[in-house]
Design a protein around this ligand. Structure first.
Ligand SMILES: Nc1ncnc2c1ncn2[C@@H]1O[C@H](COP(=O)(O)OP(=O)(O)OP(=O)(O)O)[C@@H](O)[C@H]1O
Length: 556
């Protein structure tokens, strides 16, 4: 593969998306062809009518004028249709692409050692995918149509006078050469523009998400200045692109005008060997013939931005998944959760986070995982949820390696209440039902009640109908913990993991939840990560993780 081919590979890889919408593509192609042929006919008919009027052949002018009007109406209709199908095609493909970007990010998130900014990912799914609208709605079909039209105009020119090619040939060369002359600069400017746009979007998303923290730290003004600088960087990049594009457009327009003038002059002076009265026809032919090439040239002008967007999309689509789905999944089996000499690092050259960690948690047991901050407790939870696979060692449930369980079976078998709870906008009920949307109202009520959500002490008089703003804003830390707990209890999985889930509750609520956990622990494995002595006392067994090494410290 040549370096050039490799550089353009992301764009080429995105082109086959058209093939899934072959029908719409052919319609786009056909209607584009009709539009261009209609415009050519319109130009030539107009010029011919003018020539005949100059000659005084009134009898032919009337039907030609009627034909001109009819062609104009048809042209308008076909142009409307072409615009509709071209955009229909483009937006269908963009919807597919967004879906693929979402699936790819879902498979590879959470990032283990290549954290990707969520705002940046948003820019890929929104702006970069949107940029490709140009590729799909205006490039592939238009390039084919332009080639057909160029052939037709060359043939017509030859019919009129072979000398005409001399009039517009040089202009054709200039317009065709423009994208190759400015291609390198356009690619650089396009990459600059895409990067500036993505950086600004990422910063805006982070600013909105961290507004409270920024305001609390008195850093809002500084942030505003940074955002203003990001906007200026984006404007600079846009200005540079506009300068290159503007210069190219001016040169292309000049070349078209020069070709038209040359054709007009040659025919009027009789140099082209044809009737001087046909000079307007020659003019129309020369300018219309260059139209398609000018369009392709304009398309190539956007090539830099297209390529930059395609590269960013390609990078997301080709991200390796964090964990691979098993080719031949095994059925889940009841039994203990076993960590066997599990070793893990977040980065291949980073510190060892888990060092040969081995333990067994049996059904019916409540096991407390304790230890100093950064000891590796949450990492154990992530591995039990199979967000990543261990570097060495195995994790099994009921004797089946977690990597052999289908994703849906694993989600049904292991559920966790995470340390950081983000709820989705909606109601408390929507959030509780998140993992089991078709759960019966009785089950939802029972889970919510067990998590203490319906008790007056929860401070939620509207219960499950309490509105929740995005990310759980509007609920206290304790209320969010109860919602997350109710959600986990509703799943009713054989393994329930609570990662500091009770830390936000008061002592009374915590004691009530210990009773619930004990009641539900009879046939399930309950693993509680905690710093609280009261939670440790409620466990059957305590394990301590310190600097990635596990030490059983027996019953509390
Ligand atoms: N995504 C990540 N990328 C790189 N390092 C990470 C990542 N997540 C955690 N770590 C590191 O791994 C180590 C263990 O972190 P972990 O969150 O498992 O500790 P913990 O015992 O749960 O701590 P805490 O009690 O404070 O929650 C820490 O040194 C932490 O900085």
């Amino acid at each position: 593969m040549t370096a050039d081919h490799a550089a353009h590979a992301p764009l080429l890889r995105l082109l086959p998306h058209v093939t899934r919408h072959r029908g719409t593509f052919w319609w786009t192609l056909l209607s584009g062809l009709f539009v261009q042929l209609g415009l050519l006919t319109l130009g030539l008919l107009g010029a011919l009518t003018l020539s005949l009027a100059v000659r005084g052949e009134r009898a032919a002018v009337v039907p030609l004028t009627a034909g001109l009007l009819l062609t104009a109406v048809l042209c308008a209709l076909v142009t409307w249709r072409e615009s509709y199908v071209a955009h229909d095609l483009a937006y269908r493909i963009l919807a597919d692409l967004r879906d693929r970007v979402f699936t790819a990010s879902r498979r590879s998130l959470p990032a283990r050692h290549r954290p990707r900014h969520s705002g940046d990912l948003g820019a890929v799914a929104l702006s970069d995918v949107e940029t490709l609208e140009w590729l799909y709605a205006h490039t592939a079909a238009q390039a084919l149509v332009s080639t057909v039209l160029l052939t037709v105009t060359i043939w017509l020119s030859l019919l009129l006078s072979p000398w005409l090619l001399l009039a517009w040939g040089p202009a054709l060369l200039v317009i065709a050469a423009l994208p190759w002359l400015t291609g390198g600069a356009a690619a650089r400017r396009g990459a600059e523009l895409t990067a500036a746009n993505a950086a600004l979007q990422a910063d805006i998303v982070e600013t909105v998400a961290g507004m409270r923290e920024l305001a609390g730290a008195g850093a809002l003004d500084r942030r505003r200045t940074e955002l203003a600088e990001g906007t200026r960087a984006l404007t600079r990049a846009q200005r540079r692109i506009a300068a290159v594009n503007g210069a190219e457009t001016a040169v292309a327009d000049l070349a078209v005008a020069a070709a038209g003038a040359a054709a007009l002059g040659m025919t009027a002076a009789g140099v082209a060997g044809s009737d001087p009265a046909l000079a307007p026809v020659a003019f129309a032919l020369a300018t219309v013939a260059l139209g398609p090439i000018a369009q392709i040239s304009a398309l190539l002008r956007n090539f830099g931005t297209l390529l930059a967007a395609a590269r960013r999309i390609d990078a997301v689509l080709t991200m390796p998944p964090a964990t691979a789905e098993p080719v031949a999944p095994l059925p889940p089996a009841p039994g203990p959760l076993v960590f066997d000499r599990v070793t893990f690092r977040y980065h291949p050259t980073g510190p060892l986070v888990l060092d040969e960690v081995s333990f067994t948690a049996r059904p019916g047991e409540i096991v407390a995982l304790v230890g100093p901050s950064g000891g590796g407790k949450s990492t154990c939870v992530s591995l039990a949820l199979r967000m990543w696979d261990p570097d060495s060692g195995t994790i099994t449930l009921g004797g089946v390696d977690l990597s052999r369980l289908a994703d849906a079976d694993l989600r049904a078998a292991v559920t966790a209440v995470p340390q950081r709870i983000d709820l989705l906008a909606g109601t408390v009920g929507d959030n509780v039902r998140l993992a089991v949307p078709d759960a019966s109202p009785e089950r939802v009520h029972a889970a919510a009640s067990a998590a203490g959500l319906l008790a007056p002490a929860s401070g939620l008089p509207l219960g499950l109908d309490t509105p929740v703003a995005e990310r759980g804003t509007g609920l206290s830390g304790g209320q969010r913990a109860r919602v997350a707990l109710a959600r986990a209890l509703l799943v009713d999985a054989p393994v329930l993991i609570l990662d500091e889930a009770l830390a936000a509750l008061d002592a009374h609520a915590e004691a009530a939840l210990h009773a619930v956990l004990r009641e539900r622990a009879a046939d399930r494995i309950t693993l509680v990560v905690t710093h609280r002595a009261s939670t440790v006392r409620a466990a059957d067994r305590v394990l301590e993780l310190r600097s990635g090494r596990l030490r059983p410290i027996g019953p509390p």
